[in-house]
Design a protein around this ligand. Structure first.
Ligand code: BTX
Length: 327
C-alpha cells in the first residue's frame, strides 16, 4: 500500500476528528515535511484538508470521484463494509464477490462498482448498471443459519433499503415480494441473493443490491422507460451515492443483527408496513399457474400469503407478483 493511500485511510477514519502531524508521521514513518507535501498533493486532487494548530489535520471534503475512502469516510457500522472493495468497472459485483468469498473474504465484506457491464437480476435477467448512476453493490455474509432461511435475508435487505430511502430521501418506497423496491409501479431497486451452501451449512451468502440513484429520464434505456425509476427522478435532484451507501450499510447491519438474535419474525412487521399493494388484488404467477388474489402479507418465515376469491389461502415460497392485469 502506498504512503498516500495509508495517509488517506488514517485521515478518513473519523469524520470530525483531527489527527496530529506527529501521529501521522509516527504511523507512516515519514517526516513532518513529507506529510505536508503529501497534503498538498491531495489538495491538488480535489481533497479539501483543514489544518488546525495543536489539533492536526482533518479532511473536510472529498473529491467527486467515488472510492473506498469516500465511502468509508462517514461509515458508522461496526463490521459491515469495514472491509471494502471499489471497482471503476466490473462485469458484475456478484461475480467479484463470489471470487472473494471463495478466497476467504471475511463476513461483512462489501464490493461497490461505479459501472457494471453485465449486471444481472434473477433468472439471468440483465440489470442495467450505467456508469456513475447508481449503487451497484454486493455484500458477503457468513450467517450461521440454515440454508432454507437465506431468502429471509432478501426481505431483511429490502427493509434496510426502505429505511434508508425514507430517512434520507423522503421517497416513499414499497417492497414488492420478494426482491424489488418500487415507487408507484416503477422499479427503483432490486436485490439478488445468491448462496453457496452444503446440506445444512451456509458457506456464504451474497446480497446484491442495485439501486438507481442519479438516472435521469434521458439516461433510462428505451425498454425500461415504463419500468424503472431513480431517486433523482422521484425527488428532482441528484444525490451523493456515498451518503446513501453509508446509511444503507448502517441499516443493514442493525437489521441483520436483529434477524440473527430474534429471528425473521422481528422484521415481519417492518416489512409489511411498506409492502407493495398489501390488501389489494394482484396477479400471482406460481406453480405454473396464474391467478388473481388478494395480497395478505408474509408468513413468520417470509413466505408470501395470498388469498383467492374463494377465501382460500396459499403460502408461497416462490412466485412472481404483478399488479392486476388490465390495469
Ligand atoms: P429481477 O430479476 O427481479 O429484475 C430484473 C428486471 O428488472 C429486468 O428484466 C428489467 O426488466 C428490470 N431492470 C433491469 N435493470 C433495471 C434498472 N436499473 N432499474 C429498474 N429495473 C431494471 C432484480 O432482479 C435484482 C437486481 C440486482 C442487481 C444488483 S447490482 C449489484 C449486483 N451485481 C449484479 O450483477 N446484480 C446485483
Amino acid at each position: 500500500e502506498s504512503t498516500r493511500k495509508r495517509l488517506i485511510t488514517l485521515l478518513a477514519k473519523k469524520k470530525d476528528e483531527y489527527i496530529s502531524g506527529q501521529k501521522l508521521s509516527d504511523e507512516l514513518n515519514i517526516s513532518r515535511a513529507a506529510i505536508w507535501k503529501q497534503m498538498k498533493s491531495l489538495e491538488n486532487e480535489g481533497y479539501q484538508i483543514e489544518a488546525v494548530s495543536r489539533k492536526g489535520y482533518r479532511i473536510v471534503r472529498f473529491p467527486e470521484r467515488m472510492s473506498v475512502n469516500t465511502i468509508q469516510w462517514n461509515l458508522k457500522t461496526d463490521w459491515l463494509g469495514q472491509n471494502m472493495h471499489f471497482e471503476e468497472q466490473v462485469d458484475s459485483t456478484q461475480t467479484v464477490a463470489h471470487q472473494l468469498a471463495r478466497e476467504g473474504a471475511e463476513h461483512g465484506t462489501v464490493i461497490v462498482a461505479d459501472e457494471q457491464l453485465k449486471g444481472r437480476g434473477r433468472l439471468h435477467r440483465p440489470w442495467h448498471s450505467q456508469k456513475g448512476s447508481g449503487i451497484w453493490m454486493s455484500i458477503i455474509l457468513r450467517p450461521d443459519i440454515e440454508p432454507h432461511r437465506a431468502p429471509q435475508l432478501t426481505l431483511a435487505s429490502a427493509v434496510a433499503i426502505t429505511k434508508m430511502l425514507k430517512f434520507l430521501t423522503g421517497v416513499q418506497p414499497k417492497i414488492k415480494w420478494p426482491n424489488d423496491i418500487f415507487v408507484g409501479d416503477r422499479k427503483l431497486a432490486g436485490i439478488l441473493t445468491e448462496m453457496q451452501a452444503e446440506q445444512d451449512l451456509i458457506e456464504y451468502v451474497i446480497i446484491g443490491i442495485g439501486l438507481n440513484v442519479n438516472l435521469d429520464q434521458k439516461a433510462v434505456p428505451d425498454d425500461l422507460q415504463d419500468v424503472a425509476t431513480s431517486i433523482q427522478l422521484e425527488t428532482g435532484k441528484a444525490w451523493k451515492r456515498e451518503e446513501l451507501i453509508q446509511e444503507l450499510l448502517y441499516q443493514m447491519e442493525s437489521i441483520y443483527e436483529l434477524f440473527l438474535q430474534q429471528g425473521f419474525s422481528s422484521i415481519k412487521q417492518a416489512w409489511e408496513q411498506d409492502a407493495y399493494r398489501l390488501g389489494e388484488t394482484i396477479t400471482v404467477k406460481a406453480r405454473r399457474k396464474e391467478w388473481e388474489a388478494t395480497l395478505i402479507g408474509i408468513h413468520e418465515d417470509g413466505a408470501l400469503i395470498v388469498e383467492d376469491e374463494n377465501q382460500s389461502k396459499s403460502v408461497l415460497y416462490s412466485a412472481e407478483i404483478d399488479w392486476k392485469k388490465g390495469e
